[in-house]
Design a protein around this ligand. Sequence first.
Ligand SMILES: *[C@@H]1O[C@H](CO)[C@@H](O)[C@H](O)[C@H]1NC(C)=O
Ligand SMILES: *[C@@H]1O[C@H](CO)[C@@H](O)[C@H](O)[C@H]1NC(C)=O
Ligand SMILES: *[C@@H]1O[C@H](CO)[C@@H](O)[C@H](O)[C@H]1NC(C)=O
Ligand SMILES: *[C@@H]1O[C@H](CO)[C@@H](O)[C@H](O)[C@H]1NC(C)=O
Ligand SMILES: *[C@@H]1O[C@H](CO)[C@@H](O)[C@H](O)[C@H]1NC(C)=O
Ligand SMILES: *[C@@H]1O[C@H](CO)[C@@H](O)[C@H](O)[C@H]1NC(C)=O
Ligand SMILES: *[C@@H]1O[C@H](CO)[C@@H](O)[C@H](O)[C@H]1NC(C)=O
Ligand SMILES: *[C@@H]1O[C@H](CO)[C@@H](O)[C@H](O)[C@H]1NC(C)=O
Length: 548
Amino acid sequence: MFRSTILLFLSAVTSLASSITWSDCKVNTTVPVTCASLEVPLDYTDASSNKTITLNMVRLPATQQPSKGSILVNPGGPGEGARNFVLETGEALSLITGPEYDLIGFDPRGTGETIPFSCYSTAIERDLAAVLSPQQLTDSDTAPGLSWAVNRMLAARCYETAGDIGELIGTGFVARDMMQIVDALGEDGLLRYYGFSYGTALGATVAAMFPDRMDKVVLDGVLNIDQYYSGSGTQELLDTDSVYEGFFKSCIESPDLCPLARHGASATNLSNTISSLLEQVKYNPIPLGYTLPTELVTYEALRTSIFQALYAPNTWPALATLLDAALLGNLTAYVQAYNDINGLFSSAGNVFPEKQGTEALQGIRCSDSNLRASNLSDIEPLLRAYEATSYVAGAQEPIPVVIPCVQWKMKAKGAYTGSFSNVKTKNPLLFVGNTHDPLTPLASAMNTSAGFEGSRVLTVNAYGHTSIAQPSLCAARAIRAYFANGTMPDAGTICQPSVALFPPPSASISSILQPLNHTRRADGDEETRLLSALGRVHRGRVGGATLF
Ligand SMILES: *[C@@H]1O[C@H](CO)[C@@H](O)[C@H](O)[C@H]1NC(C)=O
Ligand SMILES: *[C@@H]1O[C@H](CO)[C@@H](O)[C@H](O)[C@H]1NC(C)=O
Ligand SMILES: *[C@@H]1O[C@H](CO)[C@@H](O)[C@H](O)[C@H]1NC(C)=O
Ligand SMILES: *[C@@H]1O[C@H](CO)[C@@H](O)[C@H](O)[C@H]1NC(C)=O
Ligand SMILES: *[C@@H]1O[C@H](CO)[C@@H](O)[C@H](O)[C@H]1NC(C)=O
Ligand SMILES: *[C@@H]1O[C@H](CO)[C@@H](O)[C@H](O)[C@H]1NC(C)=O
Ligand SMILES: *[C@@H]1O[C@H](CO)[C@@H](O)[C@H](O)[C@H]1NC(C)=O
Ligand SMILES: *[C@@H]1O[C@H](CO)[C@@H](O)[C@H](O)[C@H]1NC(C)=O
């Protein structure tokens, strides 16, 4: 008792001074970031081991010095590093979080250069593409069995080649890593955090594990935390089809800007036209040229492009062009649109090393998940439930997650086993949810928020994944006020988006804004800066390249 009191006291004293040294990042960027690393325990559950790993961090300094402290950010995934995210979006993001805070991105263990989870090889990736992708998205009766068997092989290979790492990269350990960073920063010992998508599962976990150490925590694009860990829920796809409907509706409303509108008299009619196109190319793909995969219109290519585009309404004009070109057989337009949609989710231009693909996603997600099954029939009901929840994504969403995860051989060490209800945090959390989010429905924000006392959900009446997918000045202001002084939006606040769904092509950010009358406000200049910042965050990567 006495001994632990001394230890607590010592750690309280040492936390007053920063033990992190920030220095030049030595990377090619004009963003004024500095870099640092921090040694943390490899295995928090093994008190006898002194093995450590290195967390890599970047910091974007507050524009208004002296800084009031740091906000950690996480872009989601899981499997995404936060260093590249801060380089790409930090300057814009800091206009939302406020000028008084430093932003810090660290690559969670399992990603970047911190025990990256890796078990495929180039040959495996090539073979997977050949074996799985043409069949697994087609509603063929042989596809699930093939997918099950191939993932059994992969799970065995990942266990054999990376089994030791696979149990050390779960969210419970990452949460502890975050608090090590907070300690080492030597600020007030409290966590300030802005997490997107999977970053909300990480945020809910750290808040439940260390409730008395939470300062301002914003969780945006929220997962149902119980379903994330149980692995057996389908709520994530609850609103996916409503986003798809919104795409057709807004296309029909802007026929001058949406060429696809010529193929239907109403949103329903247009939607039917595309359903027929999908059925057609399922059995008769359309060869437009002679280069694969871009010049062959297939069921998989269209389904994948549609689901991806639903994340980010700024790709909707490209999606409309893609579908229009497929219907008309226009090769040039089709290839351009295909590259526009898939390019947004590419990692080209990453400054810090980061392996892309599904390995880190599966490595983290599957070891976190509690669901296991010994054969395909065990999970048939879950696969049917996914299909019943969403026409657009019900068949494809479980493939890279459910089928591998239920066969995964590693389980995360140090997982949080406590409750996610009646959590009493030192300061209340702010949750943010869109009314039409294809992966993190508002219902999940409501559900997870219900477990955190005093927390509130800010609703944004917008489309896409997380509140920066269709920027809202109102939401950005509310988030900034919360970070500034803990001001909560009024209960039931619904923010409207500030950017139209089908803006004129290559329009400036100010001209695509819906009428906000913002120039008449006293702080008009500042507001314009915030809006153009939202536009830039919007064009950056949002919430993970693959699934979350
Ligand atoms: C640095 O980045 C700029 C802009 O992306 C690029 O034009 C330039 O070639 C890069 N320089 C080096 C040395 O990589
Ligand atoms: C780590 O522990 C091992 C044995 O438990 C010991 O030999 C070694 O000196 C320790 N290393 C450090 C840096 O403390
Ligand atoms: C679209 O509407 C037109 C006119 O109402 C109708 O003739 C056509 O069959 C509809 N197409 C589809 C795919 O629903
Ligand atoms: C195909 O699309 C391009 C735009 O990408 C357009 O310039 C061209 O006129 C279209 N061709 C036809 C035959 O419609
Ligand atoms: C699947 O595994 C379960 C046990 O998890 C078993 O009860 C069931 O009989 C198996 N079904 C088939 C088709 O092998
Ligand atoms: C949240 O979702 C979980 C999992 O679906 C469910 O068990 C729980 O009852 C929900 N909680 C609330 C408050 O709705
Ligand atoms: C909190 O900060 C916001 C944004 O800076 C400001 O508008 C608001 O007046 C502040 N509220 C209080 C209570 O200080
Ligand atoms: C903007 O101002 C115009 C003219 O004063 C007014 O008619 C319109 O309703 C205002 N729009 C908004 C969104 O406040």
